[in-house]
Write a protein that binds this ligand. Structure first.
Ligand code: PLP
Length: 378
């Protein structure tokens, strides 16, 4: 639908697979409880994929509710004419309250004190009420019914939703399951007590990606889905555990700018971190750590694919470039495409490989992908 004809694949870029995105949307909707709507989480530039690009695709699929982390992320979507409700999950500073009105954004009320501040701004603003049920990050405590009622009494706050965040839903150990059940109960108890007092929450939501996967029976009007929408879970082990049909939508590629000789005893890059053990061919790629390639993949820890062949990263990854050993690449040429994440011929490097090599979760690797990368729909 929004396939780009004009963007060059000049330097380094991300390809977002529209078909896979549609399949993920379908699969997630199938798993969600009846009546529950998908609320894609587009924070951190849609986990690196490109928030505007993703939001346009999702609008075209008739999805009209989104989450972002910050007010400026919401503003960016509106400036690109994204339609629907945009809920800001995080804190918005009072200096930025005018943006909520101007761009028709929905703010999370993070506690009673914040409700008063937002109410005192003096303009009617749409909000979702955050209820803390055990994560202890944001939200008014679920047991503080008086405070929750006081938030409802704030005249300028138009409460259109209430939600909590599950913080132990990614495993199914008995301890985590008991914790999650307690969170669910605390949330619904609070909602029921508010109702007794005459305060109705029009829409409620608890689940994120792991909530849908591990607790599909939890009721909700929305599911705030981030990582799973992009076709991943946080770890390879989680992905293998589930027979969910998720399709990774992202590929990360960079141009081979130079293929050159490196003679025995010569060094590559900063700090002379790699010394050629023999005469060899190396390639310089137009991508570096400023683009989100973890620098810890330097010196043989990571690899790329060129024409389906593996090329280990040698020396230290630079800010804008990196060098790879193309000794095992058939006919390496400048102008070829190096695949950092994705398929090349028969071979594939997944985000799980990179997350594992760098000791983190897929969410972190994705969300750090840099702004300099072109993002294209394929
Ligand atoms: C990031 C976030 C989500 C999305 O989480 P995923 O695990 O990526 O689906 C949902 N809700 C809140 C409050 C978040 O901060």
């Amino acid at each position: 639908m929004f396939k780009s004809q004009t963007y060059e694949k000049g330097r380094a870029w991300i390809e977002v697979d529209e078909e896979c995105l549609m399949q993920n949307v379908k699969e997630l909707c199938k798993q969600m409880p009846p009546g529950c709507k998908l609320m894609p989480v587009l924070k951190a530039n849609a986990y690196g994929h490109g928030a505007v690009l993703l939001a346009r695709e999702l609008n075209a699929m008739k999805i009209y509710s989104f989450c972002v982390a910050t007010v400026l992320e919401g503003v960016e979507l509106r400036r690109h004419h994204i339609k629907g409700e945009i809920l800001i999950l995080g804190y918005t500073h009072p200096q930025q309250f005018p943006l909520l009105i101007r761009y028709k954004l929905t703010q999370t009320v993070i506690d009673l004190n914040y409700a008063h501040k937002l109410n005192n701004y003096g303009k009617r603003v749409k909000v979702h009420l955050k209820i803390d049920t055990g994560m202890h990050r944001l939200g008014e405590r679920s047991v503080n019914i008086e405070s929750l009622c006081s938030i409802f009494k704030c005249k300028n706050l138009v409460i259109v939703g209430a939600y909590t965040h599950l913080c132990a839903d990614s495993t199914t150990t008995s301890q985590d399951m008991a914790f999650t059940k307690a969170q669910e109960k605390a949330f619904f108890d609070a909602i029921a007590k508010l109702k007794e007092r005459g305060f109705i929450c029009p829409a409620i939501h608890l689940q994120a990606s792991y909530g849908i996967l591990n607790y599909p029976a939890i009721r909700g009007d929305y599911a705030r889905i981030g990582i799973a929408l992009y076709g991943y879970l946080s770890t390879r082990a989680d992905a293998e555990r589930k027979d969910f049909k998720l399709h990774p939508i992202l590929a990360l590629k960079a141009r081979v700018v130079l293929v050159r000789d490196l003679f025995v005893g010569e060094s590559v890059g900063y700090d002379l971190a790699y010394i050629a053990p023999r005469d060899m061919k190396i390639a310089t790629l137009a991508i570096g750590y400023a683009d989100g390639i973890p620098r810890s993949l330097s010196c043989g820890n990571g690899r790329v694919l060129i024409n389906g062949d593996e090329a280990p990263i040698i020396g230290r990854i630079c800010m804008d470039q990196m060098m790879v050993d193309v000794s095992n690449v058939k006919n390496p040429q400048s102008g070829q495409i190096a695949v950092i994440i994705g398929k090349s011929g028969e071979a594939e490097i997944t985000i799980y490989d990179i997350a594992q090599q760098t000791g983190t979760i897929t969410n972190e690797v994705l969300s750090r992908l840099g702004n300099r990368l072109n993002r294209i729909v394929v």
